[in-house]
Design a protein. Structure first.
Length: 130
């Protein structure tokens, strides 16, 4: 049995209005939240990660340092810290809010609607490599 992944659902003004399973949100075109994290080291280099071959969206392509859905009950900052720890193993990082933008795209009969929150941090910690 797979774990139910509940994510935050928002209205067109990015106000929280509920929660939904990620799959349902995609199928119904519900507006949800994502985070995009950029980590730079002291030399100004940006950490990138290669997406898993198991991803339905853009498998094996390069992506920002950490990205992911905002889970139900989280805000953008909490999700960014969690995703950074989960995806690249960097914890205790001070992330600065840059802003957010709305993104909408139709593909394969589904409409993806989301707000993307952008956060940036500095770390010289070695990322985990899977």
């Amino acid at each position: 049995m797979t774990k139910r992944e509940l994510i935050t659902i928002v209205d067109k003004n990015d106000n929280v209005i509920g929660q939904s399973e990620r799959k349902t949100a995609r199928e119904q075109g519900l507006i949800h939240r994502m985070v995009k994290v950029v980590i730079k080291n002291s030399s100004g280099q940006i950490l990138l990660q290669q997406r898993s071959e198991k991803k339905t969206e853009s498998p094996l392509l390069w992506d920002l340092s950490a990205t992911g859905h905002v889970d139900a009950g989280e805000d953008y900052a909490e999700a960014a810290v969690r995703e950074t720890a989960e995806e690249v193993g960097i914890k205790d990082i001070d992330l600065q809010w840059i802003g957010k933008y709305y993104y909408e795209r139709s593909k394969d009969g589904l409409t993806l609607r989301r707000f993307n929150g952008i956060l940036v941090g500095k770390s010289d910690a070695k990322p985990k490599i899977d």
